[in-house]
Write a new protein. Sequence first.
Length: 203
Amino acid sequence: MINLPPSELLSEHESASGPIVTQVRGALIVSSLQTLRELDFMNRYLGHLPKVHHDEVLFALASSWLSADVALAHYGACEAMALGDRDLDAIGQHVSKRIMGTFLGTLLRSSRNLGAGATPVVPLRQYHRLWDRLLVGGGCTVRTSGMKDAYIESRGVPMFRYRYFRIAYMGLIRGAGLMFAKAVYTRVRKATNDSLSIDASWV
């Protein structure tokens, strides 16, 4: 077991590209669309996505970078579906497995090989790397707030204006944490149109 002080800074990151997210990795949108198809929400989604954005969203490549405006159009359409919290959390966890499974699997194996213990602290220490894999711009702070608790602050993300994105984002974090713990819980501490602070705990 990793013994940590009550509060330890795990990750602090300010993007060299500026304080506001201007681009998102196509994998985030592609994985989101795949999940919507699997859960049979695609027709509802398309009914809310402005036609001007259909091609750039529906034909996005996972390896590409998309503008924040495209991401806002996508998540705005998702928001308009008015899905329940359980669906949103499930969507976030599905996306987490798709876009971070390989990276987190490597961390999990490495931590076991080093005898460091597999806890959510392992991926939380790499939060800045995960951030730069998915976003251009913005910043984050991650610190422990107890032996099995952490505080995660994400800044400069315009998609946080949407409830859909906030809950799915927490589902993504929970999905990542569940690779290292039996159960992970998240709770919003503060939310604005471009920032989200959450408390996370695990067992």
